[in-house]
Design a protein around this ligand. Structure first.
Ligand code: PRX
Length: 659
């Protein structure tokens, strides 16, 4: 393949081992009818009514799918519903007021439980307060909060009044926040004074203040007081204290606003192939139906469960599988603010034990860390409550997969390796745990109703075992509807490459490479574009490069991914300086600072390699592929197209110094 075939290229193919779902699991599983794949095929697209039927609609839809304006598909057209009503009120009406909705575990060992009734009160009061501040239907509210209960409460309050939320991961920088608020024209912000990082108070509000300074629009800001006296703060103009507002509206009730199925529920920015983050638009009806259905069918969640997705709500995984999916089903969702290794490396297992967690969902990066730390940590706790394990976000190779199944799941829990993306909204490839055999290393077949094809550069399906591009050739309810900054970009990014509009044939391009085996199980290898996946987080190499070239003294740079046992991929930056500029540690520091200011600490390079020049083609294009090969210690292949081949040897020698 010609493209930059991202990390994971050398991953061992599935070993051929397969595991059937354990009988004890199948007996109680939500979905066990093995004709479901065929049934969905035959009944497509009406099969998706099974997902829609998990929700309560204020007005029924007229049609399941409207493909008239493909690739701008519309699902459950004419239907009206409210996401907050579906995640809260209907459970109250079903007599489940006292059932725990959210069990929160704070970084400092604090614990709070919100019953569905508590959640209802908090969401109503917050919705009333937001309305009073002027938030109207369709106004984008930006939420810049760490993993505290106010985060899902504010999201649901927005959903209740029909205001789309745009959650920005709390670890992103002031610049990143400003870029997203500006792109979304967002005039409302909910943030906090700060949060604890390894026991220390960390100031979040100053980042929010800096972002506001950079914005032209007026912004009304609500500040959650998380730290109290540990970090006193002063409220300025257009700023309100969240709890004061709540007190003002104590006991208020707000009717849920019925939204059209196609109305935007939220906006989520993610890294794309250019330096500009993409605002992915998700609908109310299709999205909620798809996340509820997959929480039920793939994660096997039941209302009585204690369910834990150990992700951050600042990314899509947390939106779909900490907030909307589990709450739509009326289960108890555990929410953890901290990290797996603080105060000790058994923290997650302590939480599983204490909350008798039935279903646990995490990322391969975390599993690789657990494996490195050793079995003594999970062994300290009773994990026998676990029934199902899931992973998401990156490829997982068979070794950590097997380790997870054996040492966390006691060999008795099915493991679902779920492939999906910010743009797909919900899981699209995975085994169904009560039906399909698992193959460690392969995500699995497409879910019922989803059609995945792995194709060559011409769009033709490839032979089993060969590497190709992963495409989805039928629409699905949770799919992104467009990009906030434009329909054209949406078509260009995802549809143009493999579709044939004249024949009305539409294939969604995921940006991933994959192989498929004889049984139709897909193994996802990595990205083909300028996106790298560091610890399951999507970063754009171009965004990092632009932060580096902003630094005085830097002439040029190329950022690539290097395979890493720990993070899946590490960020490697090759930098050439202007003449007369010393490539010293001070410059290195300035580069790191600039990246942290533009994006956040998550994009900090593992290594910055200074080089007098970057390898270039005769036409002056930087050969990133070659640098990627150098960073990964791989064969370089043909370098004859280079204008300056001698530089490669120098860079390789430089890399040797750093290893
Ligand atoms: O490369 C794939 C990888 O994560 C990308 C999507 O990232 P994001 O939009 O941030 O969403 C992450 C959580 C859904 C994909 O293009 N990815 C996600 N899940 C898997 C995966 N790669 C391999 N196996 C997976 N199970």
């Amino acid at each position: 393949m010609d493209d930059r075939n991202g990390r994971g290229r050398d991953r061992p193919a599935p070993t051929g081992a397969r595991h059937s779902p354990p009988a004890s699991f199948v007996e109680q599983a939500n979905v066990t009818d093995d004709s479901i794949h065929e049934a969905f095929d035959e009944e497509w697209p009406t099969c998706w009514e099974r997902a829609a039927s998990l929700l309560e609609w204020d007005e029924p839809y007229d049609a399941v799918l409207d493909a008239e304006d493909a690739p701008f598909y519309r699902w459950f057209t004419g239907g009206r519903l409210n996401a907050a009503y579906n995640c809260i009120d209907r459970h109250l009406e079903a007599g489940r007021k006292t059932h725990a909705a959210i069990r929160w575990e704070g970084k400092q060992g604090e614990r709070e439980t919100y019953t569905y009734q508590d959640l209802s009160v908090a969401v109503d009061e917050t919705a009333a307060a937001l309305r009073e501040l002027g938030v109207g239907e369709d106004d984008v509210v930006t939420v810049y909060l760490p993993m505290i209960p106010e985060l899902p409460i504010v999201m649901l309050a927005c959903a209740r009044i029909g205001a789309p939320h745009s959650v920005v991961f709390a670890g992103l920088s002031a610049d990143a926040l400003a870029t997203r608020m500006e792109a979304a024209d967002s005039e409302f912000l909910v943030t906090c004074d700060g949060y604890y990082r390894r026991g220390d108070a960390f100031n979040q509000k100053s980042k929010a203040d800096n972002a506001r300074l950079a914005l032209e629009q007026d912004v009304r800001t609500v500040v959650v007081d998380r730290l109290g006296d540990d970090l006193p703060h002063v409220l300025g103009d257009d700023e309100w204290d969240y709890h004061d507002l709540r007190d003002q509206y104590a006991g208020a009730t707000v009717d849920p606003v019925p939204r059209d199925a196609e109305d935007m529920l939220f906006l989520m920015y993610t890294s794309g192939t250019t330096g500009e983050p993409k605002g992915v638009v998700h609908s109310t009806g299709g999205y909620l139906a798809h996340v509820a259905w997959t929480t039920h069918a793939v994660l096997d969640v039941k209302p009585a469960d204690s369910y834990w997705c150990a992700a951050d709500i600042g990314w899509i995984t947390g939106h779909s599988y900490i907030v909307y999916g589990p709450l739509a089903l009326g289960t108890t969702t555990v929410m953890y603010e901290g990290t797996p290794d603080y105060p000790d490396r058994d923290r997650l297992w302590e939480i599983v034990d204490r909350n008798a967690v039935d279903v646990f969902y995490t990322a391969p990066t975390a599993i690789r860390a657990f494996m490195k730390w050793g079995t003594e940590y999970p062994e300290k706790h009773d994990l026998s409550s676990l029934r199902l394990l899931g992973t998401v976000g990156e490829p997982i190779s068979p070794r950590p997969w097997n380790w997870y199944r054996k040492h966390i799941g006691g060999g008795e829990c099915p493991v679902v390796d779920t492939w999906w993306q910010t743009e797909t909204g919900a899981v699209t490839l995975s085994t169904l745990p009560g039906i399909d055999d698992m193959k460690p290393g392969a995500a699995g077949p497409p879910l019922p109703g989803i059609e995945a094809r792995v194709v060559d550069a011409d769009g033709d399906p490839i032979e089993p075992g060969e590497t190709g591009y992963l495409t989805l050739s039928r629409p699905w309810p949770g799919m992104a509807r467009t990009l906030y900054d434009g329909d054209d970009r949406f078509r260009e990014e995802y549809w143009d490459r493999f579709s044939d509009p004249d024949a009305d044939e539409w294939h969604y391009f995921s940006g991933d490479t994959a192989t498929v085996d004889e049984d139709g199980y897909v193994t996802v290898l990595g990205r083909v574009d300028d996106v790298i996946n560091v610890s399951g987080r999507r970063l754009s190499t171009m965004e990092i490069e632009s932060a580096i070239t902003d630094v005085d003294g830097v002439a040029e740079t190329a950022v690539v991914g290097r395979s890493s046992d720990r993070n899946g991929t590490d960020v490697y930056a090759y930098v050439s300086t202007e003449r007369e500029v010393d490539p010293d540690d001070a410059l290195r520091r300035r580069i790191v600072d600039s990246i942290e200011a533009a994006i956040g600490p998550i994009a900090r390079p593992e290594e910055i390699v200074f080089t007098p020049e970057l390898p270039k083609t005769r036409s002056g294009k930087i050969m990133r592929r070659l640098l990627e090969a150098v960073a990964n210690g791989e064969e370089l292949g043909d370098t004859s197209a280079l204008r300056n081949p001698e530089i490669v040897g120098e860079i390789q020698a430089g890399r040797g110094d750093h290893d």
